[in-house]
Design a protein around this ligand. Sequence first.
Ligand SMILES: Cc1cc2nc3c(=O)[nH]c(=O)nc-3n(C[C@H](O)[C@H](O)[C@H](O)COP(=O)(O)OP(=O)(O)OC[C@H]3O[C@@H](n4cnc5c(N)ncnc54)[C@H](O)[C@@H]3O)c2cc1C
Length: 382
Amino acid sequence: MDFDFTPEDEAFRAEVRKFLKQHLPKKQSFETLAEWQKQVRAKGWVGFAWPKEAGGGGGTIAQQVILKEEMAKAHAPALGSCFMGLAWVGPSILSYGTEEQKRKFIPDILDGKYQWCTGYSEPGSGSDLAALKTRAVRDGDDYVVDGQKIWTSIAMWSKWIILLVRTDASESKHEGITCVLVPMDSPGITVRPIKNMAGGAMFAEVFFDKVRVPVANRLGEEGQGWQVTVSALAHERSSIAEVAGLQRSLDEIKSLAKRSKKNGKLASKDPGVRRRIARADARIEAMRLNGLRLLTRQLKGENAGAETSVNKLQRAALEVELGELALEIEGGAGVLDKDAAPEKGKWQRMALSWPEVVIGGGTPNIQRNIIAERILGLPKDP
Ligand SMILES: Cc1cc2nc3c(=O)[nH]c(=O)nc-3n(C[C@H](O)[C@H](O)[C@H](O)COP(=O)(O)OP(=O)(O)OC[C@H]3O[C@@H](n4cnc5c(N)ncnc54)[C@H](O)[C@@H]3O)c2cc1C
Protein backbone atom coordinates (compact mmCIF):
# COMPACT_ATOMS: atom_id res chain seq x y z
CA MET A 1 0.00 0.00 0.00
CA ASP A 2 1.48 3.37 -1.00
CA PHE A 3 0.16 6.45 0.80
CA ASP A 4 2.48 8.89 -1.00
CA PHE A 5 1.64 11.36 -3.74
CA THR A 6 3.71 11.24 -6.96
CA PRO A 7 6.96 13.32 -7.25
CA GLU A 8 5.09 15.72 -9.63
CA ASP A 9 2.35 16.16 -7.05
CA GLU A 10 4.90 16.79 -4.29
CA ALA A 11 6.67 19.36 -6.51
CA PHE A 12 3.29 21.07 -6.93
CA ARG A 13 2.83 21.02 -3.14
CA ALA A 14 6.22 22.75 -2.74
CA GLU A 15 5.15 25.40 -5.28
CA VAL A 16 1.90 26.04 -3.36
CA ARG A 17 3.78 26.36 -0.06
CA LYS A 18 6.25 28.82 -1.59
CA PHE A 19 3.40 30.88 -3.03
CA LEU A 20 1.60 30.94 0.32
CA LYS A 21 4.77 32.03 2.11
CA GLN A 22 5.20 34.93 -0.33
CA HIS A 23 1.62 36.05 -0.89
CA LEU A 24 -0.65 35.07 2.00
CA PRO A 25 -2.11 38.35 3.32
CA LYS A 26 -0.86 39.12 6.83
CA LYS A 27 -4.07 41.01 7.62
CA GLN A 28 -7.49 40.47 6.07
CA SER A 29 -8.93 43.72 4.75
CA PHE A 30 -11.02 44.43 1.65
CA GLU A 31 -7.88 45.56 -0.24
CA THR A 32 -5.63 42.66 0.81
CA LEU A 33 -8.35 40.10 -0.01
CA ALA A 34 -8.95 41.67 -3.45
CA GLU A 35 -5.20 41.51 -4.13
CA TRP A 36 -5.09 37.89 -2.87
CA GLN A 37 -7.97 36.94 -5.21
CA LYS A 38 -6.09 38.50 -8.15
CA GLN A 39 -2.85 36.66 -7.35
CA VAL A 40 -4.51 33.26 -6.89
CA ARG A 41 -6.53 33.78 -10.06
CA ALA A 42 -3.39 34.73 -12.02
CA LYS A 43 -1.83 31.40 -10.99
CA GLY A 44 -4.84 29.57 -12.51
CA TRP A 45 -5.69 28.25 -9.03
CA VAL A 46 -9.27 29.55 -8.89
CA GLY A 47 -11.41 26.86 -10.56
CA PHE A 48 -8.20 24.81 -10.51
CA ALA A 49 -9.71 21.57 -11.92
CA TRP A 50 -12.04 23.32 -14.40
CA PRO A 51 -11.11 22.98 -18.08
CA LYS A 52 -8.58 25.52 -19.38
CA GLU A 53 -10.88 26.53 -22.28
CA ALA A 54 -13.47 27.61 -19.69
CA GLY A 55 -10.87 29.80 -17.96
CA GLY A 56 -10.02 27.26 -15.23
CA GLY A 57 -6.64 25.78 -14.31
CA GLY A 58 -7.01 22.41 -16.10
CA GLY A 59 -5.44 20.76 -13.01
CA THR A 60 -5.69 17.16 -11.81
CA ILE A 61 -7.94 16.01 -8.97
CA ALA A 62 -4.90 15.01 -6.87
CA GLN A 63 -3.33 18.45 -7.24
CA GLN A 64 -6.65 20.14 -6.49
CA VAL A 65 -6.73 18.22 -3.23
CA ILE A 66 -3.13 19.26 -2.46
CA LEU A 67 -3.96 22.90 -3.22
CA LYS A 68 -6.98 22.85 -0.92
CA GLU A 69 -5.08 20.97 1.78
CA GLU A 70 -2.20 23.46 1.82
CA MET A 71 -4.60 26.43 1.73
CA ALA A 72 -6.54 24.97 4.67
CA LYS A 73 -3.34 24.28 6.64
CA ALA A 74 -2.24 27.88 6.11
CA HIS A 75 -5.73 29.20 7.03
CA ALA A 76 -5.70 31.01 3.69
CA PRO A 77 -8.79 33.04 2.77
CA ALA A 78 -11.26 31.04 0.65
CA LEU A 79 -10.13 30.30 -2.90
CA GLY A 80 -11.82 32.99 -4.87
CA SER A 81 -14.44 35.20 -3.23
CA CYS A 82 -17.47 33.39 -4.64
CA PHE A 83 -17.76 30.22 -2.55
CA MET A 84 -20.99 28.65 -3.86
CA GLY A 85 -20.23 29.81 -7.38
CA LEU A 86 -16.99 27.84 -7.33
CA ALA A 87 -18.20 24.88 -5.29
CA TRP A 88 -21.32 23.88 -7.24
CA VAL A 89 -22.95 26.61 -9.37
CA GLY A 90 -19.98 26.85 -11.76
CA PRO A 91 -19.53 23.06 -12.11
CA SER A 92 -23.29 22.71 -12.80
CA ILE A 93 -23.17 25.40 -15.47
CA LEU A 94 -20.12 23.76 -17.04
CA SER A 95 -21.92 20.40 -17.15
CA TYR A 96 -25.47 21.48 -18.05
CA GLY A 97 -25.35 25.14 -19.16
CA THR A 98 -25.86 26.50 -22.66
CA GLU A 99 -22.89 28.17 -24.38
CA GLU A 100 -24.51 31.53 -23.63
CA GLN A 101 -24.87 30.69 -19.92
CA LYS A 102 -21.23 29.61 -19.77
CA ARG A 103 -20.09 32.89 -21.40
CA LYS A 104 -22.30 34.96 -19.12
CA PHE A 105 -21.54 33.37 -15.74
CA ILE A 106 -18.26 31.42 -15.70
CA PRO A 107 -15.79 34.36 -16.02
CA ASP A 108 -17.63 36.30 -13.29
CA ILE A 109 -17.55 33.29 -10.95
CA LEU A 110 -13.82 32.84 -11.53
CA ASP A 111 -13.22 36.55 -10.92
CA GLY A 112 -15.39 36.45 -7.77
CA LYS A 113 -17.40 39.43 -9.06
CA TYR A 114 -20.52 38.66 -6.99
CA GLN A 115 -22.04 36.04 -4.73
CA TRP A 116 -24.41 33.19 -5.54
CA CYS A 117 -26.82 31.61 -3.09
CA THR A 118 -28.59 28.24 -3.16
CA GLY A 119 -32.37 27.87 -2.97
CA TYR A 120 -32.94 24.15 -2.31
CA SER A 121 -34.44 23.76 1.21
CA GLU A 122 -38.03 24.73 2.01
CA PRO A 123 -40.08 24.60 5.20
CA GLY A 124 -41.08 20.92 5.11
CA SER A 125 -38.45 19.76 2.62
CA GLY A 126 -34.89 19.75 3.91
CA SER A 127 -33.69 16.16 4.33
CA ASP A 128 -36.42 15.10 1.92
CA LEU A 129 -35.37 17.71 -0.63
CA ALA A 130 -37.25 16.12 -3.52
CA ALA A 131 -40.53 16.93 -1.74
CA LEU A 132 -40.06 20.62 -2.57
CA LYS A 133 -43.18 22.61 -3.48
CA THR A 134 -42.06 25.98 -4.90
CA ARG A 135 -43.93 26.05 -8.22
CA ALA A 136 -42.86 27.31 -11.65
CA VAL A 137 -45.55 27.55 -14.31
CA ARG A 138 -44.63 28.20 -17.94
CA ASP A 139 -46.11 31.44 -19.38
CA GLY A 140 -44.74 32.20 -22.88
CA ASP A 141 -40.98 32.68 -22.70
CA ASP A 142 -41.02 32.88 -18.89
CA TYR A 143 -41.63 30.67 -15.88
CA VAL A 144 -43.73 32.25 -13.12
CA VAL A 145 -42.38 31.17 -9.73
CA ASP A 146 -44.37 31.10 -6.47
CA GLY A 147 -43.26 29.67 -3.12
CA GLN A 148 -40.74 29.89 -0.32
CA LYS A 149 -37.19 28.79 0.40
CA ILE A 150 -35.56 28.75 3.85
CA TRP A 151 -32.06 28.64 5.37
CA THR A 152 -30.75 30.25 2.19
CA SER A 153 -27.18 31.16 3.19
CA ILE A 154 -25.99 34.68 2.26
CA ALA A 155 -29.23 35.38 0.31
CA MET A 156 -29.09 39.02 1.42
CA TRP A 157 -25.68 39.59 -0.21
CA SER A 158 -26.17 37.52 -3.35
CA LYS A 159 -26.78 38.73 -6.86
CA TRP A 160 -28.05 35.37 -8.21
CA ILE A 161 -29.72 32.28 -6.80
CA ILE A 162 -29.55 28.72 -8.14
CA LEU A 163 -33.10 27.60 -7.51
CA LEU A 164 -34.94 24.28 -7.55
CA VAL A 165 -38.61 24.52 -8.53
CA ARG A 166 -41.39 22.07 -9.27
CA THR A 167 -42.49 22.28 -12.90
CA ASP A 168 -44.61 19.11 -12.90
CA ALA A 169 -46.53 17.88 -9.86
CA SER A 170 -47.88 14.83 -11.71
CA GLU A 171 -44.43 13.22 -12.15
CA SER A 172 -42.67 11.17 -9.44
CA LYS A 173 -41.23 13.61 -6.93
CA HIS A 174 -37.66 13.44 -8.29
CA GLU A 175 -38.72 13.92 -11.90
CA GLY A 176 -40.90 17.05 -11.82
CA ILE A 177 -38.05 19.28 -10.56
CA THR A 178 -36.27 21.91 -12.68
CA CYS A 179 -33.25 24.11 -11.94
CA VAL A 180 -33.34 27.84 -12.80
CA LEU A 181 -30.89 30.71 -12.33
CA VAL A 182 -32.62 33.81 -10.98
CA PRO A 183 -31.39 37.38 -10.36
CA MET A 184 -32.04 38.22 -6.70
CA ASP A 185 -33.31 41.70 -7.63
CA SER A 186 -36.19 40.24 -9.68
CA PRO A 187 -39.55 41.86 -8.82
CA GLY A 188 -41.50 39.62 -6.41
CA ILE A 189 -38.50 38.31 -4.38
CA THR A 190 -38.46 39.16 -0.66
CA VAL A 191 -35.50 38.22 1.56
CA ARG A 192 -36.00 38.00 5.32
CA PRO A 193 -32.75 37.36 7.27
CA ILE A 194 -32.80 34.78 10.12
CA LYS A 195 -30.56 35.37 13.16
CA ASN A 196 -28.47 32.39 14.27
CA MET A 197 -27.41 31.51 17.84
CA ALA A 198 -23.85 32.81 17.27
CA GLY A 199 -25.44 36.27 16.94
CA GLY A 200 -25.08 36.75 13.19
CA ALA A 201 -27.61 36.56 10.39
CA MET A 202 -25.98 34.43 7.70
CA PHE A 203 -29.07 32.84 6.21
CA ALA A 204 -32.58 33.96 5.27
CA GLU A 205 -36.06 33.03 4.21
CA VAL A 206 -36.64 33.87 0.55
CA PHE A 207 -40.18 34.40 -0.74
CA PHE A 208 -41.21 34.23 -4.41
CA ASP A 209 -44.40 35.99 -5.44
CA LYS A 210 -45.15 35.67 -9.18
CA VAL A 211 -41.46 36.05 -10.03
CA ARG A 212 -40.92 35.93 -13.81
CA VAL A 213 -37.84 33.93 -14.84
CA PRO A 214 -36.91 33.73 -18.55
CA VAL A 215 -36.89 30.15 -19.89
CA ALA A 216 -33.37 31.03 -21.16
CA ASN A 217 -32.30 30.97 -17.46
CA ARG A 218 -33.20 27.29 -17.08
CA LEU A 219 -30.17 25.12 -16.31
CA GLY A 220 -30.52 21.79 -18.09
CA GLU A 221 -33.80 20.47 -19.44
CA GLU A 222 -37.19 20.89 -17.81
CA GLY A 223 -37.53 18.05 -15.25
CA GLN A 224 -33.74 17.51 -15.08
CA GLY A 225 -33.22 19.54 -11.89
CA TRP A 226 -32.54 16.53 -9.67
CA GLN A 227 -29.68 15.27 -11.86
CA VAL A 228 -28.24 18.81 -12.10
CA THR A 229 -28.21 19.04 -8.29
CA VAL A 230 -26.83 15.57 -7.59
CA SER A 231 -24.00 16.00 -10.08
CA ALA A 232 -23.18 19.46 -8.71
CA LEU A 233 -22.87 18.19 -5.15
CA ALA A 234 -20.62 15.30 -6.21
CA HIS A 235 -17.57 17.48 -6.92
CA GLU A 236 -14.37 16.97 -4.88
CA ARG A 237 -15.68 14.88 -2.04
CA SER A 238 -12.58 13.25 -0.60
CA SER A 239 -12.68 15.83 2.26
CA ILE A 240 -8.91 15.82 2.75
CA ALA A 241 -8.90 19.63 2.81
CA GLU A 242 -11.40 19.55 5.69
CA VAL A 243 -9.13 17.13 7.53
CA ALA A 244 -6.30 19.68 7.25
CA GLY A 245 -8.58 22.36 8.77
CA LEU A 246 -9.53 20.07 11.68
CA GLN A 247 -5.87 19.16 12.28
CA ARG A 248 -4.97 22.83 12.39
CA SER A 249 -7.74 23.50 14.96
CA LEU A 250 -6.52 20.58 17.08
CA ASP A 251 -2.92 21.87 16.95
CA GLU A 252 -4.18 25.25 18.16
CA ILE A 253 -6.11 23.56 20.98
CA LYS A 254 -2.91 21.74 22.02
CA SER A 255 -1.13 25.13 22.29
CA LEU A 256 -4.13 26.55 24.17
CA ALA A 257 -3.89 23.64 26.66
CA LYS A 258 -0.17 24.31 27.13
CA ARG A 259 -0.81 27.91 28.23
CA SER A 260 -4.10 27.53 30.17
CA LYS A 261 -4.61 26.46 33.79
CA LYS A 262 -7.13 23.81 34.86
CA ASN A 263 -7.54 22.99 38.59
CA GLY A 264 -4.36 24.91 39.38
CA LYS A 265 -2.10 23.15 36.86
CA LEU A 266 -1.53 23.34 33.13
CA ALA A 267 -4.51 21.97 31.16
CA SER A 268 -2.06 20.00 29.00
CA LYS A 269 -1.22 17.94 32.13
CA ASP A 270 -4.87 17.14 32.89
CA PRO A 271 -5.58 13.44 32.11
CA GLY A 272 -9.13 14.19 30.85
CA VAL A 273 -7.92 16.89 28.44
CA ARG A 274 -5.04 14.69 27.27
CA ARG A 275 -7.38 11.76 26.61
CA ARG A 276 -9.77 13.92 24.55
CA ILE A 277 -6.92 15.44 22.53
CA ALA A 278 -5.48 11.96 21.82
CA ARG A 279 -8.91 10.64 20.81
CA ALA A 280 -9.52 13.60 18.46
CA ASP A 281 -6.05 13.10 16.95
CA ALA A 282 -6.80 9.43 16.21
CA ARG A 283 -10.19 10.25 14.69
CA ILE A 284 -8.72 12.95 12.44
CA GLU A 285 -6.06 10.48 11.24
CA ALA A 286 -8.77 7.89 10.49
CA MET A 287 -10.65 10.55 8.52
CA ARG A 288 -7.50 11.41 6.56
CA LEU A 289 -6.93 7.77 5.63
CA ASN A 290 -10.57 7.37 4.59
CA GLY A 291 -10.17 10.57 2.52
CA LEU A 292 -7.13 9.04 0.76
CA ARG A 293 -9.20 5.93 0.00
CA LEU A 294 -11.91 8.09 -1.61
CA LEU A 295 -9.31 10.08 -3.54
CA THR A 296 -7.76 6.84 -4.87
CA ARG A 297 -11.16 5.82 -6.22
CA GLN A 298 -11.63 9.21 -7.90
CA LEU A 299 -8.15 8.98 -9.46
CA LYS A 300 -9.17 5.63 -10.95
CA GLY A 301 -12.19 7.39 -12.48
CA GLU A 302 -14.63 5.78 -10.06
CA ASN A 303 -17.32 7.49 -8.00
CA ALA A 304 -16.19 8.44 -4.46
CA GLY A 305 -19.29 6.55 -3.29
CA ALA A 306 -21.39 6.41 -0.14
CA GLU A 307 -18.23 6.28 2.04
CA THR A 308 -18.14 10.11 1.78
CA SER A 309 -20.90 9.98 4.41
CA VAL A 310 -18.46 8.42 6.90
CA ASN A 311 -16.22 11.48 6.74
CA LYS A 312 -19.17 13.89 6.75
CA LEU A 313 -20.42 12.25 9.96
CA GLN A 314 -16.95 12.25 11.54
CA ARG A 315 -16.32 15.85 10.61
CA ALA A 316 -19.61 16.96 12.19
CA ALA A 317 -18.81 15.13 15.44
CA LEU A 318 -15.25 16.49 15.53
CA GLU A 319 -16.24 20.12 14.92
CA VAL A 320 -18.61 19.94 17.91
CA GLU A 321 -16.04 18.12 20.08
CA LEU A 322 -13.19 20.55 19.30
CA GLY A 323 -15.34 23.65 19.97
CA GLU A 324 -16.47 22.23 23.32
CA LEU A 325 -12.98 21.08 24.30
CA ALA A 326 -11.50 24.53 23.62
CA LEU A 327 -14.15 26.23 25.77
CA GLU A 328 -13.58 23.74 28.57
CA ILE A 329 -9.84 24.46 28.48
CA GLU A 330 -10.56 28.20 28.63
CA GLY A 331 -12.49 27.52 31.86
CA GLY A 332 -14.40 30.51 33.27
CA ALA A 333 -13.28 32.70 30.33
CA GLY A 334 -15.08 30.27 28.02
CA VAL A 335 -18.42 31.91 28.78
CA LEU A 336 -17.22 35.36 27.65
CA ASP A 337 -18.10 36.65 24.20
CA LYS A 338 -16.53 38.61 21.35
CA ASP A 339 -13.79 41.09 22.39
CA ALA A 340 -14.08 40.20 26.10
CA ALA A 341 -13.24 36.55 25.34
CA PRO A 342 -9.72 35.17 24.80
CA GLU A 343 -8.64 35.28 21.12
CA LYS A 344 -11.64 37.58 20.39
CA GLY A 345 -14.13 34.73 20.88
CA LYS A 346 -12.70 32.48 18.18
CA TRP A 347 -13.52 29.24 20.06
CA GLN A 348 -16.90 30.56 21.19
CA ARG A 349 -17.78 31.15 17.54
CA MET A 350 -16.62 27.65 16.60
CA ALA A 351 -18.64 26.11 19.44
CA LEU A 352 -21.80 27.95 18.36
CA SER A 353 -21.39 27.46 14.60
CA TRP A 354 -21.78 23.69 14.55
CA PRO A 355 -25.17 23.70 12.69
CA GLU A 356 -23.40 24.84 9.54
CA VAL A 357 -21.24 21.71 9.44
CA VAL A 358 -23.55 19.30 11.24
CA ILE A 359 -26.85 20.12 9.47
CA GLY A 360 -25.79 21.86 6.24
CA GLY A 361 -25.40 19.35 3.38
CA GLY A 362 -27.33 16.57 5.19
CA THR A 363 -27.88 15.83 8.89
CA PRO A 364 -26.06 13.06 10.85
CA ASN A 365 -29.23 10.91 10.78
CA ILE A 366 -29.32 11.10 7.00
CA GLN A 367 -25.61 10.18 6.81
CA ARG A 368 -26.28 7.21 9.13
CA ASN A 369 -29.14 6.10 6.86
CA ILE A 370 -26.82 6.25 3.83
CA ILE A 371 -24.11 4.26 5.66
CA ALA A 372 -26.66 1.70 6.87
CA GLU A 373 -28.34 1.19 3.50
CA ARG A 374 -25.58 1.64 0.95
CA ILE A 375 -22.47 0.44 2.81
CA LEU A 376 -23.79 -2.03 5.39
CA GLY A 377 -26.66 -3.33 3.23
CA LEU A 378 -29.27 -2.90 5.97
CA PRO A 379 -32.98 -2.64 5.04
CA LYS A 380 -34.13 0.64 3.48
CA ASP A 381 -35.53 3.51 5.58
CA PRO A 382 -39.28 3.33 4.90
C1 LIG B 1 -26.03 26.87 8.65
C2 LIG B 1 -26.94 26.29 7.61
C3 LIG B 1 -26.86 26.76 6.31
C4 LIG B 1 -27.73 26.25 5.34
N1 LIG B 1 -27.65 26.78 4.06
C5 LIG B 1 -28.54 26.34 3.13
C6 LIG B 1 -28.54 26.94 1.83
O1 LIG B 1 -27.74 27.83 1.52
N2 LIG B 1 -29.46 26.53 0.93
C7 LIG B 1 -30.37 25.54 1.23
O2 LIG B 1 -31.16 25.19 0.35
N3 LIG B 1 -30.40 24.96 2.46
C8 LIG B 1 -29.51 25.35 3.42
N4 LIG B 1 -29.54 24.79 4.67
C9 LIG B 1 -30.59 23.83 4.99
C10 LIG B 1 -30.13 22.42 5.21
O3 LIG B 1 -29.75 21.82 3.99
C11 LIG B 1 -31.28 21.67 5.91
O4 LIG B 1 -31.46 22.29 7.18
C12 LIG B 1 -30.99 20.23 6.08
O5 LIG B 1 -31.01 19.56 4.84
C13 LIG B 1 -32.03 19.56 7.04
O6 LIG B 1 -33.34 19.84 6.66
P1 LIG B 1 -34.41 20.44 7.69
O7 LIG B 1 -33.82 21.62 8.39
O8 LIG B 1 -35.67 20.63 6.94
O9 LIG B 1 -34.60 19.31 8.80
P2 LIG B 1 -35.52 18.01 8.68
O10 LIG B 1 -35.28 17.35 7.37
O11 LIG B 1 -36.92 18.38 9.02
O12 LIG B 1 -34.90 17.13 9.82
C14 LIG B 1 -35.26 17.32 11.22
C15 LIG B 1 -34.67 16.14 12.00
O13 LIG B 1 -35.22 14.91 11.54
C16 LIG B 1 -34.20 14.02 11.12
N5 LIG B 1 -34.64 13.25 9.94
C17 LIG B 1 -35.23 13.71 8.82
N6 LIG B 1 -35.46 12.72 7.94
C18 LIG B 1 -34.99 11.59 8.53
C19 LIG B 1 -34.93 10.21 8.13
N7 LIG B 1 -35.40 9.80 6.94
N8 LIG B 1 -34.37 9.31 8.99
C20 LIG B 1 -33.88 9.71 10.21
N9 LIG B 1 -33.92 10.99 10.64
C21 LIG B 1 -34.46 11.91 9.82
C22 LIG B 1 -33.01 14.91 10.77
O14 LIG B 1 -31.79 14.21 10.94
C23 LIG B 1 -33.15 16.03 11.81
O15 LIG B 1 -32.57 15.64 13.04
C24 LIG B 1 -28.68 25.25 5.67
C25 LIG B 1 -28.75 24.78 6.99
C26 LIG B 1 -27.90 25.29 7.94
C27 LIG B 1 -28.01 24.79 9.36
